[in-house]
Design a protein around this ligand. Structure first.
Ligand SMILES: Nc1ncnc2c1ncn2[C@@H]1O[C@H](COP(=O)(O)OP(=O)(O)OP(=O)(O)O)[C@@H](O)[C@H]1O
Ligand SMILES: [Mg+2]
Length: 588
């Protein structure tokens, strides 16, 4: 874990934090103003309270009557100071919680949008659970800290500042004695911060890892059970969980050291000031009211020092979270072209395309292919040959390829991806459905009348399957999307493509693992889907693609041979062998 984590410098994190706060600077400044005001009025009160004590003391010792006007006036000032402090704190708290929610909302929105724009090649490298953890846990931590901890820090620093000024007004000698602890406390805090920050970073990362693991094992729970791998996964989980506990303990242990050490320093200081102060009062250098104020200031001085020591550890968590949120925000985005008005009229061409997901492991090698409008192309080849990769590049999911891909002679790199993708529909190996009704899943956000939808579905015979489900189009797919079969899912994704009515159609392995009745339905609906469209079909089962205009045989990322089914059988090459082996297997 240690090696994979590149820590940004403190300054970089401060800049990132500022970038987050920049848009809310007006509210933030107001919160800070309330904090500073609250602290300064808080610091003013004991001074006037001391003046009241002095007045009472003098009346008692000199045997004269109480100066009630003075006493009432100073008490009113004390009351006024505390009232203003309370009002400022009230407004600060309301504004801070409001701002926290706002920043959280905006950041979540920003992160989700960013994830939609990140290059797939980069997104592939991130764990799903860790992304979830960043969007939920880290954002919450970050906003809590930005809107609670920093204002707290400002309040306490202002309080210390106000208290020190008032102490100097009362007695410069005692004041100087008091502030000697500041460098000592500072050194202590520095030591602890250095020691703990690294553990806070690891702690947040460990939370992400545990989340990833939970996400993975919950989604694949049936597979884990079927392979009897519960204990293996439980041991693996324990390892991740132990790591989290370990970093959690280390970070809170070191950060918790700050408070007792700081308290000890504060108490020693208190003792020193009280002793020296008592001597000064006895010798007549200081009034009794002044020492009373001073002792109250000592409390006001030590308390914020302890709070600062405490909030520093929370701030460290926020810093770790800022860095983690920026791990997503700083990721490289998909590049986009400038051409928006896009049609498809003649050809799709792969020209000398070289591509690899992982550097040094080429997947497509000098790949050349021209597909004409209206053609029905089939890609065949063994697993791992590069068929899905060809489609991934055509979909503009990856752009780090050499050579060029041209649509009507225009480079794919120049096309605006969202306008371009409007031309295409994909029916994929992994069917993707979401919780909701069948209708929602098919229609998405496209505006289409119920009668038109039903006519499209009935032409392709999919309606028959849907009507067989309870509630028909209103049948609710559950959150795990496991209350319908794999074949039914594929039919629904075909229906989705039919409704979106694309010019170019891509079908990847659309007919795997289904019974003969469903296979017939799928073949039928696929045929109606391909009618009058340019289509690229990837299928392992060659029986489904014999009708294609051209079959392209791929091996190790290159075209081995191509032609119609008949031509390729006649050639007696790779396809011939592939076809016959399947035929044999299917027969036996
Ligand atoms: N996201 C990825 N990151 C790294 N390597 C990948 C990725 N996707 C695919 N590969 C690798 O690229 C090669 C080609 O994969 P591809 O998915 O194109 O094969 P395919 O012909 O579609 O296979 P199948 O018939 O099994 O679907 C394989 O060796 C695969 O391991
Ligand atoms: Mg594939």
């Amino acid at each position: 874990m240690k090696n994979s984590f590149k820590k940004p410098t403190f300054l970089e994190t401060v800049v990132k934090t500022w970038k987050i706060l920049r848009d809310y600077r007006k509210s933030y400044v107001l919160i800070i103003v309330f904090c500073v005001s609250a602290a300064l009025f808080n610091a003013l009160a004991p001074f006037f309270l001391g003046k009241t004590t002095d007045s009472i003391y003098q009346s008692l010792t000199k045997g004269i009557g109480f100066d009630m006007t003075f006493i009432l006036k100073t008490l009113a000032i004390v009351l006024g100071c505390y009232l203003i402090e309370a009002i400022c704190t009230y407004f600060k708290s309301i504004m801070a919680s409001d701002l926290g929610q706002k920043i959280g909302f905006d950041l979540r929105h920003k992160l989700i949008n960013k994830i939609n724009r990140i290059k797939l090649s980069k997104l592939d490298t991130m764990k799903k659970g860790d992304i979830i953890s960043k969007i939920t846990n880290d954002i919450e931590r970050l906003t809590d800290n930005l809107t609670e901890i920093i204002p707290d820090l400002v309040y306490n620093i202002s309080l210390i500042f106000g208290v020190v000024v008032m102490m100097y007004v009362l007695d410069p000698l005692l004041a100087t004695l008091t502030i000697t602890v500041i460098p000592l406390t500072f050194l202590l805090l520095r030591f602890i911060v250095k020691k703990t920050q690294i553990y806070f970073d690891y702690n947040q990362k460990a939370i992400g890892n545990v989340n990833s693991f939970v996400e993975e094992s919950v989604t694949n729970n049936d597979i884990i059970k079927s392979f009897n791998k519960e204990s293996y996964f439980s041991e693996k989980f324990n390892k991740e969980s132990r790591e989290l506990a370990d970093y959690g303990f280390k970070s809170s242990f070191f950060s918790s050291l700050a408070v007792p050490f700081n308290k000890a320093i504060g108490n020693l200081n208190y003792l020193m000031v009280v002793c020296v102060g008592a001597v000064r009062v006895i010798r007549g250098h200081l009034s009794i009211g002044a020492i009373q104020s001073f002792i109250q200031y000592m409390k006001d001085f030590n308390k914020p020092m302890n709070v600062i020591a405490q909030v520093i550890s929370n701030l460290q968590m926020a810093i770790a979270s800022v860095d983690r949120v920026y791990e997503i925000l700083d990721m490289e985005e998909e590049s986009n072209g400038y051409l928006k008005d896009i049609g498809f009229n003649s050809t799709i061409e792969f020209r000398h395309v070289n591509f690899s997901y992982v550097p040094g492991k080429p997947v497509l090698k000098d790949f050349n292919l021209v597909i004409h409008k209206g053609e029905k192309i089939a890609l065949v080849g063994k697993t791992g040959a590069g068929k899905t990769t060809i489609v991934n590049l055509l979909m503009k999911f990856y752009d780090n390829y050499e050579g060029d891909i041209l649509i009507d002679g225009i480079s794919l790199r120049d096309l605006d991806k969202s306008s371009y993708r409007d031309l295409i529909s994909m029916v994929l190996q992994d069917t993707w459905l979401f919780e909701g009704s069948i209708k929602d899943n098919i229609v998405f956000d496209k505006k289409i009348s119920d009668s038109k939808l039903e006519s499209i579905l009935s032409k392709s015979k999919i309606l028959h399957m849907i009507d067989g489900l309870p509630g028909g189009l209103e049948f609710q797919i559950n959150e795990e999307t496991d209350n319908i079969s794999a074949g039914e899912k594929q039919l629904l994704t075909i229906a989705r493509a039919l409704v979106s009515d694309p010019q170019i159609l891509i079908l990847d392995e659309a007919t795997s693992n289904v019974d003969t009745r469903l296979e017939y339905l799928i073949n039928h609906s696929m045929n109606s889907l391909m009618k009058n469209r340019t289509s690229i079909v990837i299928a392992h089962r060659l029986s489904t693609i014999v009708q294609s205009d051209r079959i392209i045989v791929i091996k190790h990322g290159q075209i081995l041979e191509s032609g119609t089914h008949k031509q390729l059988l006649k050639n007696k090459g790779y396809y011939y062998k592939l076809y016959n082996s399947q035929f044999d297997i299917n027969e036996t």
